[in-house]
Write a protein that binds this ligand. Structure first.
Ligand code: FES
Length: 284
């Protein structure tokens, strides 16, 4: 009697008839997402050196993206933005003493939940972190006491909040474009620096990622029964083509935007700390 693929899958974790390097994809995801999480928490926990304007007052400067938007600012912190950049003013007294006064800790959950609930990332981290299964046609980690695959039922229905967090992501694109605009000025004078380029790339790539979102695709063009029956249908069809182009590259933009924001954040931090000299047209 010949061995079927389901016989092989039932032999346990990682058993497969596949002969390619199927393990490479989940291994890269595991490394990439773990690195991002470690860096993100480290950066958020620092609470300092998130701003750089070469000591100049007036309009302009670099703001590390993990700290944007600035809801509150703690005075007297090295590398902190001027107080007029805080939406609600100085640091609140209700903030727990055991937590660093980091503006990043106040806002990081919103983009974090958006990415965490993204349909692409879900596929990626279910495979890489929970191994259920780690790849197509590869044996899954045994789920003790659980009968079979249940999909995203029960508690996992929480993932449905993705369609709402998507609206917050749209707001972040606008905020990051404002930060990019700010980065092309120093002391009110227009110029360009390496930081400006990095901070401009950030919202462009975030937009490329977010506008390829499955929820956006549904919103823009997925609700129509007939595209050719009305003007709104024809517009939806045209919009849908753009969103579909981005949607087909959603994985690519998910990763490029993730790596870019990390590099931009690290760069601003290093420039603010004086570890990297920013090349720019302001000469300082
Ligand atoms: S599905 Fe990935 S951002 Fe919405």
């Amino acid at each position: 009697m010949s061995t079927t693929s389901s016989d092989v899958l039932n032999r346990g974790f990682a058993s497969t008839l596949r002969e390619d390097n199927w393990w490479l994809y989940p291994a890269i995801i595991l490394f990439g997402l773990t690195s991002f999480l470690i860096y993100g928490f480290w950066s958020a926990w620092q609470a300092d050196f998130y701003w750089y304007s070469a000591g100049q007052e007036g309009f302009g400067g670099y703001l590390a993206p993990f700290y944007s938007p600035l809801l509150f600012i703690k005075e007297g912190v090295e590398g902190a933005a001027p107080m007029n950049h805080a939406i609600f003013g100085s640091w609140p007294a209700w903030w727990p003493q055991w937590l660093p006064p980091s503006p990043s800790l106040l806002i990081l959950a919103v983009p974090g939940i958006f990415r965490f609930t993204c349909y692409y990332y879900r596929k990626a981290y279910y495979r890489a972190f929970t191994g259920t299964p780690p790849a197509c046609a590869v044996g899954a980690l045994p789920r003790k006491g659980k009968a079979g695959y249940k999909g995203e039922t029960g508690l996992m229905r929480i993932q449905n909040i993705h369609r709402y967090t998507m609206y917050f992501a749209m707001a972040y694109i606008v905020i990051f474009f404002y930060d990019a605009y700010l980065s092309f000025f120093r002391g009110g004078e227009f110029g360009v620096g390496v930081g400006s380029i990095l901070l401009l790339g950030n919202p462009i790539l975030l937009a490329a990622y977010a506008f390829g979102c499955h929820s956006i695709r549904h919103l823009f063009s997925g609700r129509m029964d007939c595209y050719s029956c009305s003007m709104s249908g024809r517009i939806a069809h045209k919009n849908g083509k753009v969103v579909t182009w981005l949607n087909q590259r959603h994985e690519l933009f998910a990763w490029v935007s993730l790596i870019w924001i990390m590099v931009a954040d690290f760069y601003v931090r290093m420039v603010s700390m004086g570890q990297i000299v920013d090349l720019n047209t302001w000469g300082g």
